[in-house]
Design a protein around this ligand. Sequence first.
Ligand code: NAD
Ligand code: UDP
Length: 331
Amino acid sequence: MNILVTGGAGYIGSHTCIALVKAGHSVIIADNLSNSKSKTVMKIMDIVEEGVNFHKIDVTEEVAVEMIFRNYNIDGVIHFAGLKAAGESVEKPIEYYYNNLVSTMVLTKVCQKYGVNRFVFSSSATVYGDNNVPFVENMELLPTTNPYGETKAMSERILTDIANANPLFSVALLRYFNPVGAHESGLIGESPNGIPNNLMPYVTQVAKGKLETLRVFGNDYPTVDGTGVRDYIHVLDLAEGHVAALVNLTKGVHVYNLGTGKGTSVLELVNAFELANGVGIPYEIVERRHGDIASCYADATKAKRELGWVAKRDLITMCRDAWRFEKNYKE
Ligand code: NAD
Ligand code: UDP
């Protein structure tokens, strides 16, 4: 299939492009490089050698998106493009609502015009809010604490309404848990701008000496050791989950958790990182971070049952691959 991958130069998108080509598909990347670099596209091309085209466009611009549908025989869309920093979304709600919602509407509008009925959307476990763990797909969604989370819940709703109106439309809403790690080549991985918000990139930068001490946000949660629990998933497993969703997609709306089903605390992750890489991570316990929940992990059985997909890579592999990338990485 020819798959349009919006946001394909980004962290999850770049790994998914590799998984798609490895599975025999061709990818057309549409990315405005607002949070990624063209050299990542070159590295994807180095890794897979063929089957990748790149267009620097903004997917909120209908004319630019339509040009791609006119030039390629698109069979399906995986829509990663979006702004993703929950904290920043509180400061910049208009940018977040505009970018994340208009992109979804423009893409689906052009899909309808060109008869493209296969659509895979990057949603997030954030739509579960503070439900009880493990999170199951049919749970009632709870309000999220920021505009970013709202854009995910709203996009899910928009796509569901489109599928209800068009019986030919097939959509997979993929709720990601916490992607970490990097391609085993060490060529592509997560390289956030500025000081990282997320735990793993913060840890790798402490390991590298770029940052001094990890601040652990709270140790008084009702969890195994008081620190926050998350479901860390290797980005390559997540990427393979997209291929499975795309290939097995049938008409209607299908929601899948992409996680491992296993919760890991902050201190457990730090220990695993030290063990995997033989590098010490100095840390201090500080106040809880505003808006954090205690525990977030998936019930991952539906994706296994319906897509035949399970996350295979363990926490040690995640830590090793994340560190290999960071060690090699130059700004
Ligand atoms: P990323 O920022 O690395 O990738 C997103 C890409 O989209 C970037 O390359 C950026 O340049 C591009 N982009 C943004 N707006 C665009 C636009 N209007 N037109 C074209 N390109 C645009 O982020 P990621 O971590 O790879 O996340 C991918 C998707 O997965 C996002 O939708 C994100 O919200 C979602 N998600 C991520 C996580 C996570 O922890 N990383 C968790 C849950 C969901
Ligand atoms: N965390 C931390 N220090 C950091 C970054 C994160 O203690 O510098 C904790 C955070 O409180 C949460 C877990 O690590 O319990 C995962 O945080 P992240 O931001 O990576 O993911 P999210 O909270 O969005 O699931």
